[in-house]
Design a binder for this molecule. Structure first.
Ligand code: PBE
Length: 266
């Protein structure tokens, strides 16, 4: 790894949860007495994946569905993820515990007025304005596939920063947006989450990817990461997201509090 000598370098994607998980990883590695740094909010999935392959980072949080349906979209479903990763010199931890799937959301008043409860119900309302996170617009498991699977007719479909989607909903300029299921805003705005009645979205179980060479360079760093395996429930992740996103607590502190309170790590 070209970056920073023998320090372990963690990366994260450009959204709150990824930054919190990156911070948790950095702090866990440091608690093992190893120097670690966090290059936060580097970009989207492709940027992080390429940075890992290039050795610019050693570790980043990723999701099973994203590996299967975006990073390895072209590969047969029967191939095991760890074998696909190994071809690139990458390994994964076991899942951390929670699933953060995509979903479609609306303001409850509008959904009720139009009688929309399932994604299929959107077919009868071609005039609705859709706003999707930029990555969702482009991904193999995003809008194009969703439109094809459900036969959705909407033409007014905009790509935007995920944080702006909630404001667009609140302002009424957007009627339907993609949600991340552990987003704190879902409960805060009491949004209607549409049933994925055709089962389009896969599971997106969070885990850490890391460079295989880390096992030799810094075995203790891996022991540290593994302490998060199976330890983060969806409600715990959602409330960490709420602390950072709604209460404005810095991600580093949110992560530190979780490690201290839930894992007893100082
Ligand atoms: N997700 C939902 C996306 C962003 C939120 C976890 C599937 C991902 O980072 O892959």
């Amino acid at each position: 790894p070209a970056f920073a000598g023998d320090a372990v370098t963690v990366g994260s994607k450009k959204f709150t949860e990824s930054v919190i998980l990156g911070e948790a990883a950095r702090q866990l590695v440091e608690a093992q007495g190893m120097p670690a740094r966090h290059r936060a909010e580097l970009g989207g999935t492709r940027v992080l994946w390429n940075a890992l392959l290039a050795g610019d980072i050693d570790i980043y949080p990723e999701y099973t569905g994203t590996l299967r349906h975006e990073i390895f979209a072209g590969r047969p479903r029967g191939e095991a993820l760890d074998a696909l990763l190994a071809e690139h010199g990458v390994r994964m931890t076991r899942p951390l515990g929670f699933n953060n799937t995509y979903a479609l959301g609306m303001r409850p008043e509008l959904a009720e007025r139009l009688g929309i409860r399932r994604i299929s119900d959107l077919k009868a309302h071609p005039g609705l304005a859709f706003g999707f996170s930029s990555e969702f617009m482009d991904r193999a498991d995003g809008w194009r596939g969703l439109r094809a699977r459900y036969g959705l007719p909407q033409r007014d479909v905009r790509g935007l920063d995920h944080d702006l989607a909630y404001r667009g909903l609140a302002a009424g300029s957007l009627h339907v947006v993609d949600l991340y299921s552990t987003d704190a805003e879902i409960e805060y705005y009491d949004l209607s989450v549409l049933e994925d009645d055709l089962g389009y979205f896969p599971d997106y179980r969070a885990l850490f990817l890391y460079r295989a060479d880390l096992a030799d360079r810094a075995p203790k760093a891996l022991d540290a990461l593994r302490r998060l395996e199976g330890r983060i429930t969806a409600p715990a992740m959602t409330s960490m997201n709420a602390r950072a996103k709604l209460d404005g607590v810095p991600e580093a502190r949110v992560a530190a509090e979780f490690l201290g309170e839930s894992l007893g790590i100082e």
